[in-house]
Design a protein around this ligand. Structure first.
Ligand code: SF4
Length: 279
């Protein structure tokens, strides 16, 4: 059994929360640069230039990429041969608390969703824990802004639905609300499982680097088709028009019930932020 002190988890969550907010993912930055080269609309090109410049300034000057420093979502994969000394959930929360205090990040969380008083700590985070084989811990910290979270949708389809109807549903969401989600966006799509599993898959899908497609060929084909159709909407960067509405589409699937077909669409903005580490 390998023992890991909970203090180490706190330090990692703190460091990764800060990194996610200050350093745009390399694959996102590279996708933005590629998009800029391909973009034919001069205004859209200029907007992409500003988005890229903003990300570079944030990294260099240690400033947040966006004023909305998000709700923190932590993915923990804990090896079953690991013993955590201390309370892992408390350790994660302490890490988030320290990051948002020391980083002077905006605190965006309200304690009660109906009364809406700010916790002033950015706590609590959402914590997903998976027990996996091995003696390592994998941590991923996501800072999710709510401009794009509010644009996300889900639908329970009939099991007999044609794939083209699912594609139309996804494209219609982007058409309806894509411009409000600070495009160019990254689309995470979950198909299958139960309602909650589909949503969870759509969140995890965004963690996959842009340009890496699903290993199942029929799913990868769908990812490419959706990306093409979404970009044909010509919403463009920050809704100004142009060829770049989405940078990438990632789909994750899971077995489901014979009587249904859940589909969840998680929209992530150009500030698609997460950072991870394995210990
Ligand atoms: S949607 Fe993204 S880029 Fe837009 S304000 Fe929120 S975090 Fe910032």
């Amino acid at each position: 059994m390998r023992t890991i002190e909970s203090n180490l988890i706190t330090k990692l969550v703190k460091d990764l929360s800060i990194k996610a907010n200050l350093e745009l993912r390399k694959d996102v930055l590279s996708a933005l640069r590629h998009a800029k080269k391909r973009e034919r609309n001069p205004k859209a090109k200029r907007v992409l230039d500003i988005i890229i410049y903003n990300a570079l300034i944030a990294r260099k000057k240690r400033l947040p990429i966006c004023q909305d420093t998000g709700m923190v979502v932590v993915y923990l994969e804990v090896g079953q041969a690991v013993k955590i000394k201390g309370d892992i959930n408390k350790a994660v929360k302490k890490g988030v608390l320290k990051a948002y205090k020391e980083g002077y990040f905006r605190k965006s969380i309200v304690r009660d969703p109906l009364i809406r008083k700010n916790t002033d700590t950015n706590l609590p985070p959402i914590i997903h824990t998976k027990i996996v084989p091995g003696s390592k811990i994998k941590l991923n910290v996501v800072a999710k802004g709510f401009g794009c979270e509010n644009a996300s949708r889900t639908k329970m389809f009939r099991p007999t639905v044609a794939t083209s109807i699912i594609v139309d549903f996804i494209v219609s969401i982007v058409k309806e609300v894509g411009s409000k989600a600070c495009p160019p966006i990254v689309l995470g799509i979950g198909i299958g499982g139960t309602l909650d599993k589909a949503v969870s898959l759509s969140k995890e899908a965004v963690l996959r680097p842009i340009g890496r497609y699903n290993k199942k060929l029929h799913v990868a084909r769908l990812e490419k088709e959706i990306l093409k159709k979404v970009n044909k909407l010509k919403i463009g960067p920050m809704g100004i028009g142009g060829n770049t509405t989405a940078l990438g589409v990632s789909i994750l699937t899971y077995p489901t019930h014979i009587a249904g077909l859940p589909v969840a669409v998680n929209i992530s903005c150009h500030a698609t932020r997460d950072a991870g580490k394995i210990i």
